[in-house]
Ligand binder design. Sequence first.
Ligand code: DAH
Length: 452
Amino acid sequence: MLLTLRVQGARHWVKSTRCLASSAAPAKSPSSQLEVSGSTYATDGWTNVTPKILSYLGANKHLQTDHPLSIIRQRIVNYFYGAYRNQRGNPLFSVYDQMNPVVTVQQNFDNLLIPADHVSRQKSDCYYINQQHLLRAHTTAHQVELISGGLDNFLVVGEVYRREEIDSTHYPVFHQAAAVGVVTKDELLERNPGPEFFEEMWSGTLPDPKVILPSSKFMDQTKQPCHTLEAVKLMEHEMKHHVLVGLTKDLFGPRIKYRWVDTYFPFTQPSWELEIYFKDNWLEVLGCGIMRHEILQRSGVHQSIGYAFGVGLERLAMVLFDVPDIRLFWSNDSGFLSQFSEKDLHNLPKYKPISHYPQCTNDLSFWLPQDIEVDAGFSPNDFYDLVRSVAGDMVEQISLVDKFKHPKTGRSSVCFRIVYRHMERTLTQAEVNEIHKQIASASVDSFNVQIR
Ligand code: DAH
């Protein structure tokens, strides 16, 4: 059976079984204020960003010379600069790669028509600074401000923050490039004369911003009510077969096998994922679609149609350089960094492991407080953040290996398996035991659990 390989890059916007909110204590400053990127924010019950996570702000791995993520960014940008020029011969797309990752809930969600009850807004999935501000969970968060500012073709590249599991393909901070291409009705029809652009019956009025947003079940994935099928198909063809297949072939070579998979994103309709066939697997490389017309209307653009896409840089870099573990992108080890160079962007070397340090595996089991269960008062993501704060990149993987409810007391117990392995040196068992002990005692303090 063919499987689609999932590496961090885009969210899965439809399926999620996780429950809401969690009880774990966030790292709040005693003054109830947080200083982030030179601004001060009042903390509140939503604050869950940790000092460890805040330490990644400004790292800008995507701009660090010779870093593999910077090389991938440069390749994407060069493709857009080279393939798309305006009449004066200047690049059509402008690039924003240093936008502030602190965004509002409005930027990250509301502006993109993400329903009020959508799982991606949960505290257990995002790093909130307070109820109104968070570290952006996708670079799509900047779409509306840039379009409202008058831009029609642009790329936003930067790091994004998500509370995720810990394994070789997930890290709480990773990088995305998100792009938008907006074409006026007249331009599109001049290039392809004949069809109507808007449906005759469509009223064209601005939707009420307070209107309840439709959920995925009610979204027609053929087209939006306002557009004619012809207008959508023309835009779809430009986006898929010129822009995105062009980019994919530029990155993976002209003979790459690919396929389009229908999907759902709240901000595009219809929406697709592009998968490429790589090393016997279908690998999802990007999400894209025709922008919801309400987003354009609310940004002051009425007579145009747009496409948008988002792609994860780590995912591309892991495949193109053969990097086996996402933590390596955060390594300062010269044995890793010296393997990559921006001098020849079209000759990407395969990563050669410096050496393989041994793993140490330790289990940690504890009783949750009375009436608390996994995903009902206790979110594994809270535990993963605690481990990250205590042990940093010494942890390669954590899995929840056992859940058990005591038949008499009704209390729930969980067991996490923690795999320790440093990327740059051998860890001693004594060192691992000490860190493991610190994780256990921090768990007692933060979650009021009882170690078994
Ligand atoms: N923001 C999406 C994610 O992180 C990726 C994405 C999908 C961006 C479709 C887009 C888009 O702009 O049109 O999962």
